[in-house]
Write a protein that binds this ligand. Structure first.
Ligand code: B12
Ligand code: SF4
Length: 488
């Protein structure tokens, strides 16, 4: 069978979940291809997807959807169903896993995959091929318009058994040139998270009746994947690794062995890496090991500069002083750090948002992200907001309800957010000038005339979240580190 995949989340980055599933079904003898919306002209993704579907003529389309972006899958599915009613549409990803009832209830969706897709989806396709009823654990489907629910399938416990993701479904050379860190590929060393932040869906995953969601790969398996990546993708421009775990380094034993092996094998001279993790995991020893093994940058969620909001409302029990300490440790070991903040959670006032800006300035990260709060359904915070009547269904933001805080209307938040983005643009310019000096203008010139050919991704707006400038600073930093290492 021929299966086309569409990832409705587009931020100009590759995505491991879809690649893992594609790899598994290709190994099972099916033909697969990816319709990459990152290459769709802005706002024209539906037409782009349709054109691709006309060329590919798939039997099945697998959509990967998140709740905040699932409306894009619906828009595409609507047009596809009209033109090709026989194509079977299957949804998978976090949205279908967290909100299966909602996902399967859309008239355009024929089946959903709940949880991991690597075993479930190939089994489902086999049934389709044999024209049999898809009695497959982890699949809900429609039969004569009626919803049929199979049993849930436990999360895949032994991640080492999975085949390494085949990244060539993506046009890697273009990503390698346009990515935040040039030449970076994702590696997922663990899946899941055991912290319980109130705005996040991670804590729900282990409560779905599919077993513990947090799982870890063995260091040997991870190293083998990285070595395979070097062999396969170096000639395309592979240069670094992004560990896309929720909290990289949470399991200290895995972290220690992995990094020792990474350095022993000399991989730290070949591929630098970045990761996202929690600030309190970063001890002096953590940072020393990470730096020695080629860590170039860490992304940490601060969420709010107001400690009370962070701890009591967002359930993230990290004190301001701990972030400051972590920032100092990371600087000591030459690791750059990026921070992310959420504005518009229920307790936010103008003053607390200002505290976040001030805090972001104080800890001097290389990259700062501010996002407006999305109330993710079924999370603890969303339930609270619903009860308190702060959810606004009259005002949607990218298809999602908007939230008033207890003190601010969503309209005011929009204005504040606009000002923050202006402030960030100036801030990024300052950071870049500090790190690059006059080289910055040479780089902007090169970018403007596409001399480095790094304007490959049409959806990536150059100033989106400081994307272009952050990209330049990160890459300059990597080059500096490389020069230092090769001098030794
Ligand atoms: C990497 C990542 C991203 C990447 C890429 C995501 C993507 N889908 O393209 C980027 C940086 C782009 C991103 C962006 C966002 N993300 Co994000 N992201 C993640 C993260 C950290 C890891 C995802 C990953 O690679 N997991 C590892 C893979 C192996 O697991 P998986 O994704 O679950 O995939 C498996 C199954 O779901 C299934 N599957 C997946 N797709 C399909 C498709 C089919 C057909 C089938 C059969 C099966 C299947 O099989 C896969 C393999 O087992 C997750 C956290 C997490 N736990 O997943 C958050 C997460 C997915 N992100 C989330 C959010 C909210 C966002 C943003 C909306 C945040 C924001 N406010 O800006 C943005 C989207 C912005 C936009 N405009 O599009 C939420 C989603 C919540 C929800 N209810 O949908 C998560 C769960 C974080 C959280 N805990 O709250 N994200
Ligand atoms: S640490 Fe990150 S992934 Fe874990 S619950 Fe908190 S926000 Fe979610």
């Amino acid at each position: 069978m021929k299966i086309a995949f569409i990832n409705s989340t587009t931020c100009g980055v590759v995505y491991a979940g879809i690649v893992y599933v594609m790899t598994a079904i290709e190994e099972n003898g099916h033909e697969v291809c990816l319709i990459d919306l990152n290459f769709a002209p802005r706002e024209n993704y539906v037409r782009f997807a349709l054109q691709e579907i006309r060329k590919i003529k798939p039997d099945v389309i697998g959509f990967s959807t998140l709740t905040p972006t699932h409306f894009r899958s619906l828009e595409i599915a609507e047009k596809v169903k009209k033109e090709f009613p026989s194509i079977i549409m299957v949804w998978g990803g976090t949205h279908s896993t967290i909100l299966p009832e909602q996902a399967i209830s859309h008239s355009l969706v024929d089946a959903i995959c709940i949880g991991d897709g690597e075993i479930t989806f190939p089994e489902f396709l086999d049934k389709l091929k044999q024209d049999k009823e898809p009695l497959v654990d982890g699949i809900w489907y429609k039969s004569n318009g009626k919803i049929k629910k199979n049993k849930l399938r436990p999360f895949i416990h032994d991640l080492d058994k999975l085949s390494f993701p085949r990244w060539e479904y993506y046009d890697l050379e273009k990503y390698f040139r346009g990515h935040k860190i040039n030449g970076s590929i994702d590696v997922v060393a663990s899946r899941g998270c055991s912290f319980r932040c109130s705005y996040c869906t991670a804590p729900l995953m282990s409560e779905l009746g599919m077993g513990n969601h947090q799982r870890f790969r063995s260091p040997d398996n991870i190293i083998a994947e990285i070595k395979r990546n070097i062999i396969k993708y170096s000639n395309k421009g592979l240069n670094s690794i992004t560990f896309h775990d929720e909290t990289f380094g949470y399991a200290r034993e895995q972290f220690d062995i992995l990094l020792s092996k990474y350095a022993e094998e000399g991989l730290h001279h070949k591929l630098f890496w970045v990761c996202q993790t929690r600030a309190e995991l970063i001890t002096e020893e953590w940072a020393q090991k990470a730096s020695h093994a080629g860590c170039i940058a860490v992304e940490m969620g601060v969420e709010s500069g107001n400690e009370d909001i962070r701890k009591n409302s967002l359930n993230k029990h990290i004190a301001n002083k701990d972030f400051i300490k972590t920032a100092k440790i990371l600087s000591k070991y030459n690791i750059l750090y990026q921070t992310s903040f959420i504005i518009g959670t229920p307790e936010d006032t103008k003053a607390t948002i200002f505290e976040s800006i001030k805090f972001a300035k104080n800890i001097e990260p290389i990259g700062i992200r501010f996002t407006l709060y999305y109330p993710l359904p079924r999370t603890r915070l969303e339930e609270q907001i619903r009860l308190e009547g702060l959810l606004r269904t009259d005002k949607l933001r990218q298809g999602m309800p908007t939230v008033d805080t207890k003190h601010l209307k969503a309209e005011t938040l929009d204005k504040i957010y606009f000002i923050i983005r202006l402030w960030l643009a100036v801030k990024y310019l300052k950071i870049a000038l500090r790190h690059l000096g006059l080289k910055l203008f040479v780089q902007i010139f090169k970018y403007a005339f596409n001399l480095n050919k790094n304007r490959a991704l049409p959806l990536m707006h150059p100033f989106n979240r400081g994307g272009l400038i952050e990209n330049m600073v990160m890459n300059e930093w990597i080059n500096k580190r490389k020069r230092l290492i090769y001098k030794k």
